[in-house]
Design a binder for this molecule. Sequence first.
Ligand code: C2E
Ligand code: CA
Ligand code: CA
Length: 738
Amino acid sequence: MKKLIHDKWHILVTAFVCVIFGGFFAAFLQNTADLKKDLIREAERHAVEVNGKLADYFSDYLNTNLYIVTELAHTLSLDSEPPKGLLTTHKEEFGLDTISILGKQDAPAEDSEAKERAEQWQDANPHIWEEPLITCNEENALVFSAPILLEEAPADYLVLGTKSYEELYRQVFGSDSSPAMGMLLDGSGALVAGPVGSEQLLGADLKDALYEGFFEELAAEVQQNVLEAQGAFSVRVLTDEQLLVSAHRLGINDWIQVILLPWSPGRAYLQHLENYLWLGIQFVIASSIMIVYVMVLQTRAKNKLDQVAYCDFVTGGITNRAFQSQCVERLRRSEWTAHAIIYFDICNFKHVNEKWGIENGNRILQHVYNCFRKNIRSDELVTRSEMDHYFLLLHGNSEEEFQQRVDALVQVINSFHGVYQEQYHLNFTVGAYVFHETEERVQALQDHARRAAKFSDALNTCTFYNNKIIEKIERENRLNLLFEESLKNHDFQIYLQPKVYLQQQRPCASEALVRWVHPQEGMIYPSEFIPLFEENGKICELDIYVFEEVCKIIDRWRREGRTLSEISVNISRVHIKKMQTGFQERYLEIKEKYHIPDGIIQLELTETSMFYAQQYPYVTEMIQNFHNAGFTCALDDFGFGYSSLSMLKEFNVDTIKLDRSFFVNESEKSRIVVANMIRLAHDMDIQIVAEGIEEAEQVNSLIELGCDLIQGYYYAKPLPVTEFEHWKDSEMERFHER
Ligand code: C2E
Ligand code: CA
Ligand code: CA
């Protein structure tokens, strides 16, 4: 069982770890797939942001310079003679590469190439003579031009400022850091300025990727996308996703600022893996701590459970469950050929509790356990299985040897002093099952020992489970099977034992005692079947049957005109133990059914059945109910238990029946006890019956003591009803003759 729990726990932990790591791995894969998209999205966002800032800066710069140039042109339009050094100041102040005034009629430059470029620029931008413009010349420089307008006449001069696009680009980014490349395109995708930037930022393979025609392709792409996106910006990942391209409208002319950013997914993946690895390690540490924590909690809880399941809190020894599992182990390893399971039941232990209290009772249980434990071998076992019952596993060779060991154990147990003021001798009912090799479960071995003890007829003497016991058990089983049928067939017969009034010396009452007269089994006495039926509860049904049979007898007597005399009927302790309500109603119903007059039936309740104080209120009420219904009540076997006197004050009974044990081996002491009991009973207005009286001397002595009634073999044994009637008739005759 322990192993099973252990295995289950292992499977659970493994499954938990697998699920966690499986989940973690799936999440990793899923995230990796998503990652690529996320990374691209993130890089795009970054590129857009960078380019947006760049574009803002660019457009600011361009507009400012155009404004300056325009203002300059305006100033110049007012003065016929432009102030000397004005242009140089402006050039330095605004960081322009050149600033100059260009006249329509100015002589073309000496340099034919420069002349051609200037002409080309002028041809491409005819509006420069009409309004301020930003353009780009063939030298990749941005040109800020503003016509100097004199009155209404068309302009003959321009103020021209230039700034190298590459210079500007570097100024913005300060160094050779990213973005890798920048360029200006026009609305048609044609290159206006650039590309500029650090080509060395692009890796070798990326440079290879910038194949011929790349820019054309890029231009086309940008044009299309910008148009689609209504021109704000557009981002594209080109050349095997290693280059991010961002385009942004400048708001100047139809220019678009394009930047190219190198992007390495490999590095991003690596970073991602690294992050995940860290996360994984943290996760493993966290879950390990959690698992260890859970395991510690679980182990603690299990230990606690084990303690409850395997440790007997009264004796501090092992429980029966532990005994059973350890037995299997011990037997497997034992080199002995014969073993015995021995059952010890302390006799009348409830009286020990009653006399010294539960706490001292527990101390005695502990003492008994310790005596067993200290006097068995290390490969033997003992447990207190429940209440005052113990099981021992002993090894030995013969029944005699086991009996000797039992004798020795009982002697050790009874050699104690000190726990209580007075010496108390503990007796045991002992059963044993001896075996050599067995396939049976320990529980079954224990059952054999316990059942053997049930048939024990001498104190402290091992009753061995053998064929004789098996026969008895089989007989019990047979009787159990026969019960229902016998009840139907009226095999249970009523015998009446007379109770004689001592003072009047006349027969007056009787007790109904049941006999089982079975066609095959013969006469069976209550001593054999009553304990059996008390054990399985059949007694309740039998009691009702007996009661009804008694009612029938009284009913017949009444119909036959006989003088009615009291009959007492036994009520088993089982009714009281069950504390059922409702059973009394059955009695009342039957009493009414046979029109039984009040005061004719007495109900005998066994004193020992009312041991437990928690039953007192129930029993008090039960007696009250019986009284109300016209029954009288007797306390049977009075003096047999230890709480007899306290019970008298508790229960409102009409009669007490002094137990037979008072009169066997009668001594002076028991005579005093009986004398005082009789006095006490009379003081309380309770009738007293002496039971089991066999001798004339006993009768005389009881007459002297003032006892009310006698029931015993001295007068008559329990008799079949017709015999009882004859007996009663002749006794009545004798009485009247006297
Ligand atoms: P009990 O109620 O104490 O009944 C008295 C027992 O003592 C009867 O034994 C009776 O035969 C026996 N007895 C009477 N006088 C003498 C005597 O002078 N000497 C000796 N040695 N014995 C005497 P019985 O009939 O065998 O009944 C035994 C017990 O079985 C009864 O003890 C009672 O507890 C139980 N019993 C009998 N009939 C019924 C029943 O119908 N219902 C219940 N619940 N128990 C019953
Ligand atoms: Ca009785
Ligand atoms: Ca009795």
